[in-house]
Design a protein around this ligand. Structure first.
Ligand code: NAD
Length: 356
């Protein structure tokens, strides 16, 4: 039987991907956007993408593309989009004032059951949902772009979010094939972006430290994919960093391979390090404890050399931009082709992981 409806508010990059995901699990999806043209475009691009996925055998779910498409409809009225929905997934731009205004509107429309969920990447729930009558029904469900291909979703509650709201969202995410991670309380940047920003900031500093004469190999890039694996009651965040970062030296792809294999597929971000820890003399203090004994002082020393927060602008931004454009020019056509390539890789990676 049809499992009920979901309203997706904002039909840009993330809203479209959520719509495909909910439809793949048989949910009726109403897609709303303040710009009616965005909804029309979204419906056209969803049709194209889902047909292509069906042809290549990568369409998710039991239903065919045509059946899934028939579950998704455009909507030009917010109230109509939300009416009868069990879940609202907000996907408007990352702007606190804009989102607060929208949630104030949703608060007036919402009944006492619907879940009001934001896709925000790093706006705190206490700021997003402050003062709402339905705050118990609100949370952030932060996806990784594009959610159709990357299963990690961080569930971040407001201090007053009802546990049942988190439980229901967790169950919904599992039902659509995602791997949700519950944060017990809000924290700036949530978990994923705290990890990502640490890596990005250090990469940035390395670029700034590189001598002006250093040569930039054309293949310079830093890509990050973080996916969670749920094992029993435990949630394990797995990070696969595909890193071929170069300043003076090239960091070999084995960094990516190790994160991908030992950390990414079967463990936590610590697994790779644990597996590098030699067993101690009595063979009991092997693994992580041995690793900490042997490398703890070194890690502390290196971490203390990390510089201040970079500006993420100016000459370094230009340098990074230029270097990346050597590999893929950043016009719309090249970026679209690159996204399609990325989505194909992510889908194949997900299938491979499924087989392990
Ligand atoms: P986007 O710019 O592609 O799409 C936003 C859409 O919202 C547009 O179609 C716009 O017309 C619409 N919109 C603006 N105001 C609206 C309103 N009041 N009511 C309804 N629709 C409105 O943005 P995106 O990349 O899809 O990001 C959406 C959210 O998802 C942001 O909070 C972002 O931080 C988060 N997110 C993005 C990524 C990413 O990599 N793009 C990843 C994870 C989370």
């Amino acid at each position: 039987s049809a499992p009920g409806g979901v309203a997706v508010v904002g039909s840009g990059l993330i809203g479209r991907s959520w719509a495909m995901l909910f439809a793949s699990a048989g949910f009726r999806v109403k897609l709303f956007d303040i710009e009616p043209r965005q909804v029309t475009d979204a419906l056209v691009s969803l049709r194209k993408e889902m047909k292509m996925l069906e042809l290549s055998g990568y369409l998710k779910g039991e239903l065919g593309a045509e059946e899934q498409l028939s579950l998704i409809s455009g909507c030009s009225d917010l109230r109509e989009a939300v009416e009868g929905a069990l879940h609202v997934q907000e996907c408007v731009p990352e702007n606190l004032e804009l989102k607060r205004k929208l949630f104030a509107q949703l608060d007036k429309i919402a009944d006492d059951h619907v879940i009001l969920s934001s896709s925000s990447s790093c706006l705190l729930p206490s700021k997003l949902f402050a003062g709402l009558a339905h705050v118990k029904q609100c949370l952030v469900a932060h996806p990784v772009n594009p959610p159709y291909y990357v299963p990690l979703v961080e569930l971040v509650p407001h201090p007053e979010t009802a546990p049942a709201t988190v439980d229901r969202t967790y169950a919904l995410m599992r039902r659509v094939g995602q791997s949700p991670v519950r944060l017990l309380r809000e924290i700036d940047g949530f978990a994923l972006n705290r990890l990502q920003y640490a890596v990005i900031a250090e990469a940035w500093r390395l670029v700034e430290m590189a001598s002006p004469s250093s040569r930039w190999p054309p293949a310079w890039h830093l890509g990050i994919v973080v996916q969670p694996l749920i094992s029993g009651a435990e949630v394990k965040m797995a990070a696969c960093f595909s890193s071929s970062l170069s300043c003076e030296q090239r960091v070999p792809p084995k960094v990516a391979a190790r994160w991908g294999n030992s950390s990414g597929l079967k463990g936590s971000p610590f697994s790779g390090h644990r597996e590098s820890g030699a067993p101690g003399p009595d063979l009991l203090r092997g693994g992580m404890l041995s690793y900490c004994d042997r490398y703890g002082e070194g890690m502390k020393r290196v971490l203390k050399t990390f510089g201040p927060v970079p500006e993420f602008s100016g000459a370094t931004a230009e340098k990074v931009h230029q270097a990346m454009c050597v590999k893929v020019p950043d016009d719309a056509e090249h970026l679209a082709a690159r996204r399609a390539w990325r989505d194909g890789c992510l889908m194949r990676l997900a299938q491979l992981k499924h087989q392990l």
